[in-house]
Design a protein around this ligand. Sequence first.
Ligand SMILES: *[C@@H]1O[C@H](CO)[C@@H](O)[C@H](O)[C@H]1NC(C)=O
Ligand SMILES: *[C@@H]1O[C@H](CO)[C@@H](O)[C@H](O)[C@H]1NC(C)=O
Ligand SMILES: *[C@@H]1O[C@H](CO)[C@@H](O)[C@H](O)[C@H]1NC(C)=O
Ligand SMILES: *[C@@H]1O[C@H](CO)[C@@H](O)[C@H](O)[C@H]1NC(C)=O
Length: 180
Amino acid sequence: MDIRLLVIGMLIPLLALKLSLNEAVIFKFTNVVCENHNKTWITVHWCRLRAISRNKTTFNLNVTLNYPVDHPVNIRGQLLQKANGYKPWLFSANIDACRFMKRAYNPLAILVFKLFKEFSNFNHSCPYVGPIIIQDFYLRVDKIPNAMPTGDYLLVLAFSFSKKPQITTKVYFVFVEDLL
Ligand SMILES: *[C@@H]1O[C@H](CO)[C@@H](O)[C@H](O)[C@H]1NC(C)=O
Ligand SMILES: *[C@@H]1O[C@H](CO)[C@@H](O)[C@H](O)[C@H]1NC(C)=O
Ligand SMILES: *[C@@H]1O[C@H](CO)[C@@H](O)[C@H](O)[C@H]1NC(C)=O
Ligand SMILES: *[C@@H]1O[C@H](CO)[C@@H](O)[C@H](O)[C@H]1NC(C)=O
């Protein structure tokens, strides 16, 4: 069989799938929780969602770091999918945030950072002190490389600095591919 025909034959359904997914998909936050483990160091003013429309919610975070946060800042990230409770799925990563801000690495971290960086004031190198803001952040399908299976997801990011867990954010979201 002609290899080009085979490739085209495989690409067309994939493209059609991608197009229909982009047209009819729900990709939105359903809940957020910020667990502050050190209220001396961190003040969480708000960590909440706003419903904009049936298929759009925005995540708004306003945190003050009362003391400087510098290297090493460890972020343990886990992406879980719901199936009789949340079970580990696909990704788990440990990154050094200060190193990441100097030069991005790790595919999951790059993907997550790409999704929210323009809504935040994070884009600078360590140290961090004072306001940490994420404003009107919403999920966009065109920012992810591939469609995910329909499901409920949870992204847990546990931040440790001074070698202790200091804050954990839990971001719940839904991805629905509607192929009708
Ligand atoms: C999402 O909601 C907006 C406004 O309510 C609407 O225009 C758009 O078609 C909706 N998109 C999907 C995929 O449902
Ligand atoms: C909480 O933060 C304060 C201020 O930075 C720090 O001195 C203290 O060690 C931290 N506590 C823990 C358990 O990390
Ligand atoms: C964050 O909260 C503080 C304290 O309530 C407030 O002064 C500040 O204006 C807020 N920042 C933003 C961007 O809303
Ligand atoms: C921060 O923003 C600058 C300028 O927009 C960009 O060149 C740089 O790559 C960004 N850094 C990260 C870690 O995204």
